[in-house]
Design a protein around this ligand. Structure first.
Ligand SMILES: [Cu+2]
Length: 198
């Protein structure tokens, strides 16, 4: 059911291919810093590639919903691959160089399609696709909240405060063409939809 919905909506949006499972690549080297962060969907795979020698990739015990450990790998060009299957945050670091030099967080979210296309959705986007102003209309008044736009790699592209109007809009003219997610958060809830920037 979910797959059919996704396929239908993908065709409607004129996108020829959208994999539900994505592979994300990260370079992994001494001194990369403490913000080697990614936001991914359940079922996505992250591949770390050693671009300097001698590291591990391992979860921070107690600050990670999954347990993973590459073990020590020496040579440049070594890779470690892990597929995330649980929603939540995973802090991780290099056990050789330490968290100060090499660490980050993999945030795992629900797949698209679970909440995005539910019938009792509280907001609508139009026009979609668009290349400049995306309007967002709500069924009910929105007290206070935020509106965030993410690209398909999970990188935040825009964010804006929501006011208490039923209708708001966001200027997306500076975004590159492609698929994006818009996440609306209010009263401790959030809802995500897709739009196409053309
Ligand atoms: Cu290291």
């Amino acid at each position: 059911m979910k797959t059919k919905l996704l396929i239908t909506i993908t065709i409607l949006l004129g996108v020829s291919k959208m994999n539900s499972q994505t592979t994300h690549n990260l370079d992994w080297f001494a001194g990369i810093g403490q913000n080697v962060d990614l936001t991914i969907d359940v079922g996505d795979t992250v591949i770390w590639t050693w671009t300097s020698p001698n590291h591990t990739v391992e979860n921070v015990p107690g600050n990670s919903v999954e347990v993973f450990d590459s073990g020590f790998l020496g040579p440049i060009g070594s890779t470690y691959s892990y597929t995330f299957t649980v929603v939540g945050d995973n802090d991780y670091f290099c056990g050789v160089h330490g968290a100060f030099s090499m660490s980050g967080t993999i945030t795992v979210q629900n797949n698209l399609g679970v909440d995005d296309f539910k019938i009792d959705s509280n907001f609508n986007l139009y026009p979609n696709p668009t290349n400049s102003i995306l309007s967002i209309s709500f069924k009910n008044e929105i007290p206070n909240g935020t509106l965030e736009v993410y690209d398909m790699l999970g990188k935040k592209a825009l964010s804006q405060a929501l006011d208490s109007n039923k209708l708001t809009s966001i200027d997306i003219s500076n975004l590159n063409s492609g698929l994006y997610l818009i996440k609306v958060s209010y009263e401790g809830k959030s809802e995500t939809k897709q739009f196409l920037k053309n």
